[in-house]
Write a protein that binds this ligand. Structure first.
Ligand code: GAP
Length: 448
């Protein structure tokens, strides 16, 4: 993490440029709920698409699923959430602030020093009622993880896809937890999105697959530009393991709040399918026709947070650079994550420049996510594009009308090259694919 990054700077940039807004802001906001603005929604979609591409589309051994948020209440009895998905809650007898007992250093209220109550277990699942009658029989929960929708559909997926083990089933979707102490912007919220894969394997091969997934998931963040020094893997102690886990490792990121969990990779063994078989009365075993064996598959689960990943990508990309005596704020996002890939900026809003600039924009927008901007000075427009992480800007000036050439400006190096409009697409594609700005014949000698 760059030393100059603080959570306040990230929150401020997100609000200023339209990444993330406080939910219901005009009413004073709703605690721990956030809305993604026009560029934030693009960034988040790009993160989710990169995950889906790597976990589903580019693999032959996994498929996707999209389950309902509300599920049969017995699901949460079988999974252990009704019984055990709770945190120890204490309340200050003086100011009535509530705290997680396991996160306190002292037996006094951190806010006012008052005496605290004895801890009681507080279940983190949100409860509501299905249908018009608010009675116990109608209680349903908002899912606290997407994983259970995958387990209860295991048989449906195997039967309909006729796929064999090892088999991954992936899902991206909202989860809800009534966290006692949410906070740190989108790091811990009560409504968030998860990107989860349950990877079903033959017992005995689980440890190998567990190591495989820990390695793959770590690499995914590096491939998308997270700096290696800000990422680490932490294996859980036996005493830390969740009730379902045989082993667990966290991918941790160095957030401004310190090293914190980004994603967990767990070996859930046969816990979930065994539990659902028991509670539903259905046989959830798998028959391996090649070896004539029947068994309950083991599960390796890489479970990531979409919002937390977005936050990590924002923090990691954030730089403050000194450029000719002024500070430039720039998001050096990986091109595949950047909300806008190419900005088309006529030098000014001049009636002579507009037709050519609009024509270029129209052409480029067929192949790239683009933005056309002719408001304010060119300097301010570059600043905005830097702050939303746009890798390339195309500038159309008065000379362009004469020589049919335009200038491309590189976000990271600030290098500018001038080239014929006819070669623009080719050049932009090469650059977005990672080619260095002035490498190769395309760029040779073209630097302005
Ligand atoms: N199915 C396993 C599971 O849900 P988890 O460690 O509780 O495991 C997985 O959650 C990931 O979901 C976390 O690593 C984190 O990225 C994200 N996550 C969990 N609780 C969150 C919260 N309150 N706010 C934002 N993200 C959260």
């Amino acid at each position: 993490m760059s030393e100059s990054v603080t959570m306040d700077k990230i929150v401020s940039l997100c609000k200023r440029r339209g990444f993330i807004f406080q939910s219901s802001e005009i009413y004073g906001g709703l605690g721990s709920c956030w809305d993604y603005g026009p560029v934030g929604v693009e960034l988040k979609r790009n993160v989710k698409n990169a995950w889906w591409r790597s976990m589903v589309e580019s693999r032959g051994d996994s498929v996707g699923l999209d389950c309902s948020i509300m599920m049969h209440p017995t699901v949460w009895r079988a999974s252990g959430h009704v019984e055990g998905f709770s945190d120890p809650l204490v309340e200050c007898k003086v100011c009535h602030m509530r705290w997680r007992a396991d996160q306190l250093d002292k037996p006094a209220c951190p806010s006012c020093g008052g005496e605290l109550t004895e801890p009681r277990n507080f279940n983190l699942m949100f409860k509501t009622f299905m249908g018009p009658v608010e009675e116990d029989a109608a209680v349903v929960y908002l899912r606290p993880e997407t994983a259970q929708g995958i387990f209860v559909n295991f048989e449906n997926v195997v039967t309909t896809t006729r796929k064999r083990l090892p088999l991954g089933i992936a899902q991206i979707g909202k989860s809800f937890r009534n966290e006692i102490t949410p906070g740190n912007f989108t790091f811990r919220t009560r409504e968030f999105e998860q990107m989860e894969m349950e990877f079903f394997v033959k017992p005995g091969t689980d440890e190998e697959w567990y190591r495989y997934w820990a390695g793959e998931r770590f690499k995914w963040y590096l491939d998308l530009g997270i700096r290696a020094e800000n990422l680490r893997m932490r294996e859980h102690e036996k005493s830390e393991l969740a009730h379902y886990a045989k082993a667990c490792a966290d991918v941790e990121y160095l957030f401004p709040i310190g090293w914190s969990e980004l994603e967990g990779i767990a070996n859930r063994a046969d816990f979930d399918l065994t539990q659902h078989a028991k509670w539903s009365g259905k046989d959830l075993s798998y028959f391996d026709s090649q070896t004539n064996e029947r068994f309950i598959p083991y599960v390796i689960e890489p479970s990531a947070g979409a919002d937390r990943s977005v936050l990590a990508f924002l923090v990691d990309a954030y730089r403050e650079e000194d450029v000719e005596g002024t500070t430039r704020v720039v998001l050096k996002l990986h091109p595949s994550l950047a909300p806008v890939k190419v900005a088309i900026l006529p030098l000014s809003r001049n009636e002579k420049l507009t037709p050519l600039a609009k024509e270029i924009h129209e052409r480029l927008s067929r192949n790239f996510v683009t933005e056309y901007d002719d408001t304010q000075s060119i300097g301010r427009r570059y600043r905005r594009q830097d702050e939303i992480g746009t890798p390339l800007c195309v500038t159309v000036d008065f000379e362009s009308l004469e020589d049919n050439q335009v200038t491309i400006r590189d976000r990271d190096s600030l290098a500018q090259i001038r080239l014929p409009v006819a070669r623009l697409e080719e050049a932009l594609k090469a650059k977005l694919a990672g080619e260095s700005f002035d490498a190769g014949s395309l760029w040779a000698g073209a630097r302005a």
